[in-house]
Write a protein that binds this ligand. Structure first.
Ligand code: SAH
Length: 260
């Protein structure tokens, strides 16, 4: 397939690879994830994985979609981990494929912990997370020398589906010049108000990137004060990333990609 001057780790029978598929564009898969796709007996993927990536599986491999979308518990997490354990115990090479990176807001750690507890060998195959690679496809860097030397990745809803309250919003608003929100649409109005109450200016630039790095990518540029209304008016749907901060302004010169 690929003529490379090194060997990949062998995909052993009875093991699980927890791999990231990147934000969308199949070209953003890692070589190791591609190797996993080509050697897995079972691919258990979540709902965000692009069909063009699933088309790369080895002929004869079984593909199952088990995953969550937009924070909805379409499948119970324990059902997913039980299935991974069951397949591994049957001696399968199991590729658990997730959107973006498996260890960024993706329940990867929970699945790896369950595998560890069950005594199943696993490997983590990191992927390009949407909050970095997806934003790059919208011409928005996570950092740049002249705008920010820190960036916060934040989930727009916590494990219970509500606005996360386990962190200090005031400290976050003061300390993170750029914030990238995953799963941010559901509670957008409340989060935006919370950030303004914590001192962020309503005219701060904000972008909403839907289906980043896919042929359906759309980008809305707005401000913190107007984002909730703008998203509602445009009828934007998940998956979406929200970016707050002056990196958004660089997009007028860095918007390099057109999805069509
Ligand atoms: N593990 C994933 C994130 C899973 S949480 C990663 O590292 O990227 C799911 C959230 O990720 C979505 O609600 C959305 O906020 C974001 N997301 C994932 N893929 C996306 C894409 N192609 N475009 C926009 N947002 C995306």
């Amino acid at each position: 397939m690929l003529d490379l001057p090194f060997d990949f780790a062998p995909f052993e029978a009875g093991t699980v690879w927890l791999a990231g598929a990147g934000p969308g564009d199949p070209g953003l898969l890692t070589l190791l994830a591609l190797h996993g796709l080509r050697h897995a007996d079972h691919v258990v993927c979540d709902a965000l994985v692009d069909a063009r990536i699933l088309a790369l599986v080895r002929p004869g491999a079984v593909v199952e979609t088990m995953g969550k979308r937009g924070g909805q518990d379409s499948v119970r997490q324990t059902d997913i981990t039980d299935r991974l354990i069951e397949l591994a115990r049957q001696g399968s090479r199991v590729l658990r494929l997730k959107g973006g990176d498996p260890f960024v807001f993706g329940r990867g750690p929970e699945e790896a912990l369950a595998l560890a507890q069950a005594g199943i060998k696993f490997r983590i195959v990191p992927g390009i997370t949407a909050g970095i690679g997806g934003l790059a496809y919208a011409g928005i860097p996570a950092t740049s020398k002249d705008t920010n030397s820190a960036v916060a990745f934040v989930t727009g809803h916590g494990a219970d589906g509500e606005v996360p309250d386990e962190f200090d919003w005031d400290a976050l608003a003061r300390g993170a010049p750029v914030m990238v929100f995953y799963m941010g649409l559901k509670h957008l109005d409340r989060v935006a108000k919370r950030l303004m109450a914590a001192g962020r200016r309503p005219d701060e630039p904000m972008a909403v990137v839907c289906d980043a790095a896919t042929p359906r990518q759309t980008v809305l540029e707005t401000t913190l004060g107007q984002v909730a209304e703008a998203v509602a008016t445009a009828g934007l749907k998940p998956p979406a990333l929200l970016v707050l901060g002056s990196v958004v302004r660089l997009r007028d010169r860095l918007d390099w990609w057109s999805p069509a």
